[in-house]
Design a protein around this ligand. Structure first.
Ligand code: WQD
Length: 337
């Protein structure tokens, strides 16, 4: 089976590519490196012991996308490529709509032209808007920012394509909070600039790159007043993609939607404590004002994915912290180091 992985040099994409190769798939990557570092490819190849073909162009270029499908005989696509920073999407909505939707148009049109009928789509719990507590897949979808709307819209686009082309098979995977790194510590999350997300920020404080963690809000109605999220280890997330790909080979339903989460909530302070255990010392922090747009609590009801995919998360919060710390301490400057 030959699989195209768009955004395959990115954080979740690279971890999924390594597992796909290990599972015996032939993998081709397309990535424009707008949010990935070229070094990742060499790291993936040393982890897998094989060379991985990579095409570097922008998927909104429809002609280049069609040419790729004409020259390779794909059996399926896992589509990660897309901009994903909530705050940036508020500042640059047109870039987000054009890039995220445009790349999906390119890929699906090329799939239809070259008879590729299986697509696993990287969606997000953000499609549940502010109703992210114990979220089930039948909950209405809406967004509170342009990035979230691009995910809501791409899900709808794929559902509408499935009506027009009922032979196609789509898996819409709604991620909660992906964190962690490959246990080797050679690939991991490497955000450019100041990390927006909690775990890479804590890692940069722990390695001495940032002074202290600013905890956004200590007065939420949660276990300890700090925000609660459903953190999922990127290795578990990668395994969920392979399970979804296999499910699409057997199903006669055109569209499946699955939450990929642990079903457990972890607070900011609980994640910080797990990190201190991994690092072996205290990590400085200060509780400051809430971040605009943040919600108190988000966690999945993963029952459907557990039952229909035979998949569940395996890694603990402690393992998420330990694996992130191994990656960060071995790569203080990320891939550029
Ligand atoms: C987690 C918790 C913060 C940073 C985002 C996107 C979402 C998805 C996952 C793509 C919250 C707190 C954070 C910091 C903090 N991305 N925090 N200090 O906001 O749940 O989700 O990433 O699909 O779309 O919104 O993740 O890691 O930013 O925040 O206190 O420096 O950590 O308030 O409670 P979030 P996060």
């Amino acid at each position: 089976m030959k699989i195209l992985v768009s955004g395959g040099a990115g954080y979740i994409g690279s971890h999924t590519v390594v597992q796909l190769v290990a599972a015996g798939y032939d993998v081709v990557i397309v990535d424009n490196f707008s949010n990935a570092h070229p070094t990742v490819l060499a790291r993936m190849e040393s982890l897998t012991g094989t060379s991985i073909p990579l095409h570097s162009f922008d998927l909104t270029d429809h002609d280049k996308t069609e040419h790729l499908f004409a020259t390779e005989d794909f059996d399926g696509v896992i589509h990660f490529a897309g901009h994903k920073a909530v705050g940036e999407s508020v500042e640059k909505p047109l870039d987000y709509y054009e890039n995220n939707l445009g790349s999906t148009f390119s890929i699906v049109r090329a799939m239809q032209r070259y008879d590729v009928d299986k697509l696993v789509f990287s969606s997000s719990a953000t499609v549940y808007g502010e109703d992210q507590a114990a979220a089930t897949e039948d909950r209405r979808t809406y967004a509170t920012n342009p990035y979230g709307w691009t995910k809501v819209m791409q899900e709808q686009i794929l559902r509408d394509v499935a009506v027009a082309a009922p032979h196609m098979r789509f898996a819409l995977l709604r991620y909660f909070n992906p964190v962690g790194a490959h246990p080797s510590g050679t690939i991991g999350e490497d955000p450019s600039g100041i990390p927006n997300n909690l775990v890479p920020y804590i890692a940069q404080v722990a390695v001495g790159k940032r002074e202290k963690l600013m905890i956004f809000g200590g007065d939420y109605d949660t276990v300890d007043g700090t925000g609660v999220r459903d953190y999922i280890h990127v290795e578990d997330l990668a395994a969920g993609h392979i399970a979804a790909l296999k499910a699409l080979e057997e199903t006669d339903e055109a569209v499946h939607t699955w939450n990929l989460g642990s079903g457990k909530g972890t607070s900011v302070l609980e994640m910080l404590r797990a990190f201190e255990k991994a690092v072996g010392r205290e990590i400085p922090y200060e509780i400051v004002a809430r971040r605009p747009g943040d919600i108190a609590t988000s966690y999945a009801d993963p029952t459907k994915a557990n039952a229909e995919l035979g998949w569940s998360t395996k890694k603990t919060v402690e393992e998420m912290a330990a694996d992130t710390w191994r990656w960060q301490s071995q790569n203080p400057e990320g891939f550029a180091g």
